[in-house]
Unconditional design. Structure first.
Length: 216
C-alpha cells in the first residue's frame, strides 16, 4: 500500500469512527502532500459517511455514532471546500434547508446537511424557527433544486402544509422539489402537506433527494 493509499485509508477510518482531530490532521497532511482535494473527499470522506449510514440503517450503529462521524466529516470538508470551489468542482444540486416555524430542533437537520454536502450538494441552511415567508424568499433569491423542511414535534409538523401552501400561493411550487423530515413524518403526512417525499432518517436523505431529482 502506498503512502497515498495509507493516508486515505486512515482518513476513511477516522471519519468512520468520528475521530475529529485526527481526521482534520490527515486532511491537512494530505493537502500539504499534494493529494487532490477531490480524492480526499470522494475516496475517503464520502465513502466513510456512506458506510456509517449503511450501518445505521442495519442497526449496527446508532445516532450518537452518526453524529460524531458527521462532525469529523464536517470539520474535514470545511478545510477542503475552498479548494474544491477554486478548482471549479460542480455541485450536483442546490438544497435549501430549514426547521419550520415554532420548532427549534436542529440535530437531525444538521446531520442531513452534512450528508448532503458530502454527497456533492450545495446546502444553504436557513436555521431554526423559519417562517413560511423566509422559505418563499429563499426560493426566489437562491433558486434551489430542492427545499427541505424539518420538524421534530407533531404540533409544528402542521407548518409543513402552511409553508408549502405559501410557496404555492407565491407561484413557486413548480420550481422546486420539497422534502420533509422529522420524528412525526410519514407518507400520509407527505400527502397531506403536499410535499414530494420524506427521508425517514439522515442516512437516507441523500438517496431520497437524488431520487426526486432523477439523479442516479
Amino acid at each position: 500500500m502506498t503512502g497515498r493509499e495509507e493516508l486515505l485509508d486512515e482518513l476513511y477510518g477516522c471519519v468512520l469512527s468520528g475521530d475529529v482531530d485526527r481526521a482534520v490532521e490527515l486532511t491537512e497532511r494530505g493537502l500539504a502532500g499534494d493529494l487532490e482535494p477531490t480524492s480526499l473527499v470522494f475516496d475517503a470522506m464520502i465513502p466513510a459517511l456512506e458506510e456509517v449510514g449503511r450501518r445505521f440503517e442495519t442497526g449496527q450503529v446508532f445516532l450518537p455514532e452518526m453524529l460524531i462521524a458527521a462532525e469529523a466529516m464536517r470539520r474535514s470538508i470545511a478545510i477542503v471546500r475552498p479548494l474544491l470551489v477554486a478548482a471549479g468542482v460542480e455541485t450536483i444540486g442546490r438544497f435549501v434547508m430549514g426547521t419550520v416555524a415554532g420548532d427549534i430542533h436542529d440535530v437531525g437537520k444538521n446531520l442531513v446537511d452534512v450528508m448532503l454536502e458530502g454527497a456533492g450538494f450545495e446546502v444553504i441552511d436557513l436555521g431554526i424557527n423559519v417562517p413560511a415567508q423566509r422559505f418563499v424568499d429563499a426560493i426566489r433569491e437562491l433558486q434551489p433544486d430542492v427545499v427541505g423542511m424539518s420538524a421534530f414535534l407533531t404540533t409544528t409538523a402542521m407548518e409543513f402544509a402552511r409553508t408549502i401552501e405559501a410557496i404555492r400561493e407565491a407561484g413557486l411550487r413548480d420550481r422546486v422539489k420539497i422534502l420533509i423530515g422529522g420524528a412525526p413524518v410519514d407518507q400520509t403526512l407527505v400527502e397531506q402537506a403536499g410535499a414530494d417525499g420524506f427521508a425517514p432518517d439522515a442516512s437516507s436523505a441523500v438517496r431520497v433527494t437524488k431520487a426526486v431529482l432523477g439523479i442516479a
